[in-house]
Design a protein around this ligand. Structure first.
Ligand code: XMP
Length: 531
């Protein structure tokens, strides 16, 4: 196994992710763990991470001495390279002038780490790497026994190695995808240089995670808010695998879910997994409070606020315990790694805050419950792979994202039960057709080829004809977008045949809707949702 020491970089988890991609087990720990810890961990290799943007103030952070006494390969990345240099007798020039972004690095000599790894070769025959740099300080003198491994004009020592000891260091970030050969480099380090076997799979992750959950929870009881979304579903399945009936899921059905969604969640978790699930039927409560409210942000506040109230009330009951139950002491959440970074709360608390809107920690504190977050270190695609490995159906695990306020923000203006019922049926048809139509070139369904697709209910009526009569019915808009980060998005060029089939079916099968439109706006300036 590989030990990653975290000096507080925003991208330390990406190192872990790349190591897992090389099928090698790894763990991230803070840079200031004890020498005893490093010894007992018995790593086959150690990786020293970068540090956050203002390395300058923190340049006294060091790796434990045991790292250098362990007799295993060590890879220093960015700040990790600088601390390696300082600790082994080289020199670092501390500066607050930053070099940031794309760079081309010349790979020198033939160290086993970079041998034959290059993006292009210059006219003089130098192997060059396209990399991503983010640093101010730099190494200005190699420690004894090291040779130069890489350089750029502005950073003459951009890589160094002491091959005898198995020490390698790079100033750039191999863990980010902008460094094209980054994965090749990390793969080579852990598999070839350190000799890790590469036999780690998601199935092993389940065993490790299950053991950790059991250890953390002991014989106590856990509550989890199940929404039917990917993260909470995978967390529920994993925790249930670990502690069975010590877990109770609370599923707040706010009446703004997709067609049959509530039943499907119950069937999966109660029916198939035999987990304990409390389904709180709160449709009347939510729709009652939403009556007459048209402002999107107000609707969001009402839905979010009620959700917390309803969940809290259930949690309080479970906390109090009842016959045979001593009461829950843990609240489990499906927090995944991107949520942790966005709310500025990485394990070592060193990464600087980017966004604070997730408020990952609020609810458990209010409830007086301890937190259990078994997916905290995983990326979305890893969470999905874990879900499949746990036996959740791929349709559930690979579902498009669905906003917390649900159909509440897909019915423009006031939310009414009739509208929600019409929208649910129309949306189910659209999604079904997206799954039915395949793109010939890729063989993928249009559901797979889009990042998010849904139907929006427009509370306006338009004229139509049906049979001999005139109709005066509602309009829906279909929305399908392609995006990698949901910050920008393009409308999907769905085949006309798919649109035709969808609109024909909606108008024929959903009485009350007589017109279907397709949204051809990209984000920006439009947003993905209509509210
Ligand atoms: P927009 O509409 O801002 O959406 O382009 C970007 C992504 O965020 C989702 N979204 C929400 N998710 N609560 C959520 O949990 C919300 O209030 C909310 N509003 C938008 C949207 O579905 C898309 O994936």
């Amino acid at each position: 196994k590989v030990l990653i020491l975290d000096f507080g970089s925003q991208v330390t988890q990406l190192i872990a992710r790349r190591v897992r991609e090389a099928a090698v087990y790894c763990e991230i720990h803070p840079n200031d763990v004890s020498d005893e810890f490093v010894k007992s961990f018995a790593p086959k290799a150690i990786i020293l991470s970068g540090s956050h943007a203002s390395t300058y103030e923190d340049h006294e952070l060091r790796a434990p001495q045991a790292v250098w006494d362990a007799g295993v390969p060590v890879l220093g990345i960015c700040y990790g390279m600088q601390t390696m240099a300082v600790q082994l007798g080289g020199k670092v020039e501390w500066s607050d002038h930053r070099e940031f972004g794309y760079a081309e690095v010349r790979a020198h000599g033939h160290t086993s780490l970079l041998k034959d790894i290059a993006d292009f070769t210059t006219a003089e025959g130098h192997g060059m790497l396209k990399v991503w740099m983010s640093h101010g300080d730099k190494v200005t003198a190699l420690p004894e026994g090291f040779k130069l491994m890489a350089s750029t004009p502005s950073c003459p020592i951009a890589g160094m190695a002491n091959e005898e000891k198995g020490y390698y260091a790079v100033q750039f970030h191999p863990e980010v995808t902008h460094t094209l050969q980054g994965q090749a480099l990390l793969h080579r380090f852990v598999r070839e240089i350190a000799g890790c076997k590469g036999d780690w799979i998601m199935g092993d992750y389940i065993e490790e995670a299950v053991a950790k959950i059991r250890e953390q929870v002991g014989d106590e009881e856990v509550i989890l808010g199940l929404s039917g979304g990917v993260d909470s579903s995978v967390a529920a399945a994993l925790i249930h695998r670990a502690i069975g009936d010590q877990l109770t899921c609370v599923f707040v059905d706010h009446g703004l879910l997709r067609l049959n969604e509530g039943d499907m969640v119950m069937e999966m978790f109660e029916g198939k997994l035999h987990a304990k699930v409390i389904r709180v039927q709160a449709e009347d409560l939510f729709l009652g409070q939403l009556a007459g409210v048209t402002d999107p942000e107000k609707k969001r506040k009402i839905i979010g606020g009620l959700f917390v109230d309803v969940f809290k009330a259930e949690a309080e009951k479970l906390k109090a315990g009842n016959q045979g139950h001593k009461g829950a002491t843990f609240l489990a959440q499906g927090t995944i790694y991107p949520d942790v970074v966005e709310s500025g709360g990485t394990k070592t608390k060193k990464a600087t805050t980017i966004k604070s809107h997730h408020n990952v920690g609020g609810l458990p504190e209010q409830l007086g419950l301890k937190l259990l977050e078994p997916l905290r270190e995983l990326f979305k695609d890893e969470v999905r792979a874990l879900g499949v490995a746990l036996g959740l159906p791929p349709e559930m695990v690979y579902r498009h994202p669905f906003p917390g306020p649900g159909l509440g923000v897909r019915i423009l203006g006031e939310v009414k039960k009739d509208y929600a019922d019409l929208l649910r049926r129309a949306d189910a048809i659209f999604i079904e057709e997206l799954r039915n139509h395949r793109d010939e070139a890729t063989g993928k369904t249009w559901y797979e080829l889009t990042s998010q697709a849904f139907t929006v209910f427009l509370p306006v009526k338009s004229v139509g004809v049906m049979g001999d009569g005139r109709t005066y019915d509602y309009v829906v808009a279909l929305r399908a977008v392609q995006t990698s980060d949901f910050m920008t998005a393009d409308w999907a060029e769905l085949p006309y045949a798919l649109l035709k089939k969808t609109s024909g079916r909606i108008i024929n099968e959903v009485r009350g809707i007589n017109r279907v439109t397709y949204d051809v706006s990209s984000k920006p300036p439009a947003t993905i949702e209509w509210e």
